[in-house]
Design a protein around this ligand. Structure first.
Ligand code: NAP
Length: 251
């Protein structure tokens, strides 16, 4: 990727306080974007902000993307702070509440759907409205789904359903928004080394590793690079796509 491929772009990244979202913010800042880092975790999000290559008026905003009022407030703040709409959005905020189907609770299901699917929907909708009202000439929304949304996984019925929903949302939104110069794509990570996977016991990790043709977990930077490609003009003719970044894992 040519250096500076996001110069002049405002990039909103959710889930920016940790893991993949933080890595996306760091890479996008290096590529010249003005980063709007959004997360529920205020303190950790300030640490992300402090880690960004300075000089582009980056900011960190606290919001709960599962709550419409919080998303509205977020976009009001963005309107007040910037003279233009974000033309890059990466929806990386997500949670897991894993359990076997027969043990999982309705509350677990509702929480996961609220953040992973409804939150992605709310941010995508608000960002699309802002981009449409400003008639942008190169918008790009990147939704972080999961390979589990395609193939399912034991203990992750709620999560897999939410991530499959994100794929449907991505494909539908891409069909609606393409003619307005807004592309919408998804990245489907495999197993990535972040706080989200920290809890996985070593024995289980070894089992997972055997299923991955490249025999290693991915790093947040691997996903950030895929997001950068989809955010930049290098992917100008790609929309409605699901880019698998899994080390070859195809569950
Ligand atoms: P992570 O390290 O846990 O980071 C996710 C961030 O999103 C956390 O700071 C989290 O805060 C925040 N968040 C949660 N709910 C939120 C809300 N309602 N509003 C705003 N922010 C919220 O996870 P990650 O591994 O980077 O995952 C990033 C994305 O990649 C997720 O969508 C995940 O499903 C997806 N993914 C990850 C993997 C993997 O192996 N790591 C694989 C496939 C897909 P809290 O700490 O408070 O929850």
């Amino acid at each position: 990727m040519a250096a500076g491929s996001l110069i002049g772009r405002i990039a909103l990244v959710t889930g920016s306080a940790s893991g993949i979202g933080r890595s996306v913010c760091q890479l996008f800042a290096k590529q010249g974007a003005t980063v709007v880092a959004v997360d529920v975790q205020e303190k950790a999000n300030m640490e992300t902000l402090a880690s960004l290559l300075p000089g582009n008026n980056h900011c960190a905003l606290t919001a709960d993307i599962s709550k419409p009022a919080s998303v509205n407030e977020l976009f009001e703040k963005i309107k007040d702070s910037f003279s233009a709409a974000p033309t890059v959005v990466v929806n990386s905020a997500g949670i897991i509440r894993d359990n076997l189907l027969v043990r999982a609770t309705e509350e677990n299901f509702d929480e996961v759907i609220a953040v992973n699917l409804k939150g992605t929907y709310l941010v995508t909708q608000a960002a699309a409205k802002m981009m449409l009202s400003e008639k942008v000439d190169c918008g790009s929304i990147v939704n972080v789904s999961s390979i589990v949304g395609k193939g399912g996984n034991i203990g992750q019925c709620n999560y897999a359903a939410s991530k499959a929903g994100v794929i449907g949302l991505t494909k539908s939104a891409s069909k609606e928004l393409s003619r307005f110069n807004i592309r919408v794509n998804a990245v489907l990570p495999g197993f990535i080394n972040t706080p989200m996977t920290d809890w996985v016991p070593e024995k289980v990790l070894q089992g997972i590793m055997k299923l991955i043709p490249m025999r290693k977990l991915g790093q947040p930077e691997d996903i950030a690079e895929a997001c950068l490609f989809l955010a930049s003009k290098n992917s100008a003719y790609i929309t409605g796509a699901c880019l698998e970044v899994t080390g070859g894992l195809n569950i």
